[in-house]
Write a protein that binds this ligand. Structure first.
Ligand SMILES: Nc1ncnc2c1ncn2[C@@H]1O[C@H](COP(=O)(O)OP(=O)(O)OP(=O)(O)O)[C@@H](O)[C@H]1O
Length: 578
């Protein structure tokens, strides 16, 4: 075990450790002195003829004060050095992350990086600045206690106790073996969960647009609950083992001390005061056992964090934990959208038109007013009808209200007055979910998850077959490219799509819209991030999409207007045709 690797990332020498060891040693001697004095006072109390010795009482009080002061001093030094090293360590890791640049993070989930800089830094500093000193102190404690017993009570009794003390490291090692694997697995699970949550938050607009947020949310909730249960049972198990080990060990040491005191007193080698002090001092020998719990939560997590940070600084990777040594990385491990989506379900079936004969068309907007803030109308008296399988482009300058109108069609906003019908369903607070279920939304900025191409596509349709995925890729002219990928559909596209171009990312987003199979597809500036060549491909893809669904898109680019165009000007809709 190399508790404090000499890596430039970590503070050299850790002066706080030396101060804590000194404090711990002083505290042990002071507590030992209190026990010697108490032994003497108890012996005097048993001997009715003896008087209470004021100097002994004074010595006991003074020693107790020294013990309290060293304890407080040790904590103060620890607190200060933890804060200083946390700041330094986070700064160093952040500088390294910036130096590596975003492209280096294609293989590493940002969530892991964040978890390392927050949770792991806390554990490492707590371990390096707090725990090592206390642990060394705790190992010194029995040796110093035995020294006190040898000098002030009886050297032979002290020698016997010294021979029994090695049971402590044996007990520590046994405990470590019992809990090590489970602790590593629990740490890895927490780290993965942190990554999943962060990625879900980062990609939330995409998940919401594809109506996959509920599914992913349910899955994350289940994963969180599973993690909570696993952690609680780990803690319960460890506490039980600790309790039993500590009780058995304490009982063993105190019984040995009582026996020794009895025999040596009978032999006339130890006074009553000495015998009592010996028994009291034996309770100090169990101090290392009390550190065992901390050793395994703080120590193991701290050392694992150190390994992780060293690997990050030296090799630029945030390694996974060691929960599954030698195990094959699971393609559907948590943290990927495929895992966060429910297992098998078929692509969404197009919702049938619902019977309101008065509302002909997939989208019917009548006399709609909308404002985000009172007295600042954004849409005024808007009328718009889009027939089934018709593609309609909303044109207009920035701020004219195009995205707001799309928000109403998607069921994300409610009109202040007027009516909106989507697929025959009137939009109200009560029907909002139903209206939202009728559409898939593709935003200007698409989020690609750190997962395979297939998993990124299946966000829209968890049960889609490989054939359906290839068909969707064909529709957006990405199938040829996908076939050249080293692992085909299983090729990782990288967090935020760092492995693909902006145009390819946007086409993957469109492929998701194909897969979603909703009757209405809403596209908000689908070509804002792409070059002219990609724009032409996207234009064709939108045309194909229009053969399967009603499409409403907002765009600044006239090239995208293949069907009907509608101009939005200062919150009003003017209809025109090309
Ligand atoms: N969440 C909001 N809260 C308050 N005001 C908003 C909000 N969203 C948009 N607005 C305002 O509503 C008006 C219309 O915005 P909207 O995004 O619908 O326009 P747009 O035509 O889509 O613009 P762009 O082409 O730049 O996306 C703008 O004045 C905008 O500032």
């Amino acid at each position: 075990m190399d508790p404090m690797p000499a890596h430039p990332l970590f503070a050299p020498g850790a002066p706080a450790v030396r101060v804590q060891v000194a404090c711990e040693a002083l505290r042990t001697v002071a507590v030992g002195a209190v026990m010697l004095c108490v032994g003497r006072l108890l012996a005097d109390a048993l001997d009715r003829s003896a008087q209470v010795s004021v100097p002994v009482v004074a010595a006991a009080v003074a020693a107790a004060l020294v013990a309290a002061a060293t304890e407080a001093g040790s904590h103060a030094v620890q607190g200060r050095s933890i804060a200083a090293e946390s700041r330094r360590l986070r700064g160093a890791l952040l500088r390294r992350a910036f130096a590596l640049g975003p492209a280096r993070f294609t293989g590493a989930q940002t969530g892991r990086l964040v978890a390392m800089m927050t949770d792991s830094v806390e554990r490492v500093t707590e371990y390096r600045q707090g725990y090592v000193g206390r642990l060394v102190g705790a190992v010194l404690a029995p040796l110093l206690t035995i020294l006190l017993a040898a000098v002030f009570v009886d050297w032979l009794s002290a020698l016997v106790l010294l021979l029994l003390v090695p049971v402590i490291p044996l007990a520590i090692m046994g405990f470590r073996r019992l809990v090590a694997g489970v602790s590593a697995a629990s740490r890895e699970m927490r780290m993965r969960l942190a990554g999943q949550f962060l990625e879900a938050i980062q990609g939330l607009p995409t998940l919401v647009g594809l109506r996959a947020a509920g599914r992913v949310g349910d899955r994350l909730q289940a994963a969180g609950e599973q993690n909570r249960r696993a952690t609680m049972s780990l803690l319960a198990r460890n506490q039980l083992i600790l309790f039993v080990t500590e009780s058995v060990f304490s009982l063993f040491m105190v019984s040995a001390a009582v026996l020794l005191a009895w025999v040596r007193h009978d032999d006339g080698a130890v006074t009553v005061a000495g015998a009592l002090a010996l028994v009291l001092l034996s309770t100090q020998l169990t101090a290392p056992m009390k550190q065992i719990g901390g050793f395994f939560y703080i120590g193991m997590a701290g050392r694992a964090g150190q390994r992780m940070m060293t690997a990050f600084v030296d090799r630029g990777v945030v390694p996974a934990g060691h929960a599954h040594p030698g195990g094959r990385p699971d393609a559907r491990r948590p943290g990927t959208p495929a895992e966060t989506a429910p297992a098998a379900s078929s692509p969404a079936e197009p919702a049938p038109m619902r019977g309101d004969p008065a509302q002909e068309g997939a989208v019917v907007v009548q006399g709609v007013d909308f404002c985000y803030e009172p007295d600042r109308p954004v849409l005024t008296d808007v009328d718009l009808t889009v027939a089934e399988r018709e593609t309609t482009a909303l044109l207009g300058t920035s701020g004219s209200g195009k995205s707001t109108l799309l928000g109403l069609l998607a069921g994300d906003l409610l009109p202040a007055s007027g009516t909106v019908h989507v697929n025959g369903v009137p939009l109200t607070a009560a029907t909002q979910d139903e209206v939202r279920a009728a559409s898939a939304v593709v935003q200007q900025h698409t989020w690609l998850f750190r997962a395979s191409l297939a998993q990124n596509l299946r966000i829209a349709a968890p049960g889609a077959t490989d054939e359906q995925l290839w068909d969707a890729l064909e529709q957006v002219d990405l199938a040829r490219w996908a076939r050249t990928l080293p692992q085909g559909l299983d090729t990782p596209v990288g967090e935020r799509g760092l492995g693909v171009s902006g145009g390819q990312g946007q086409r993957i987003a469109l492929a998701r819209a194909f897969l979603a199979g909703r009757p209405l597809v809403i596209l908000d500036e689908p070509t804002s991030q792409v070059d002219l060549e990609s724009e032409a491909v996207i234009e064709q893809a939108i045309e194909r999409l229009g053969e399967r669904a009603t499409v409403v898109l907002a765009t600044h680019r006239p090239a995208l207007v293949t069907g009907r165009a509608v101009r939005v000007r200062s919150g009003r809709v003017e209809q025109e045709r090309r």
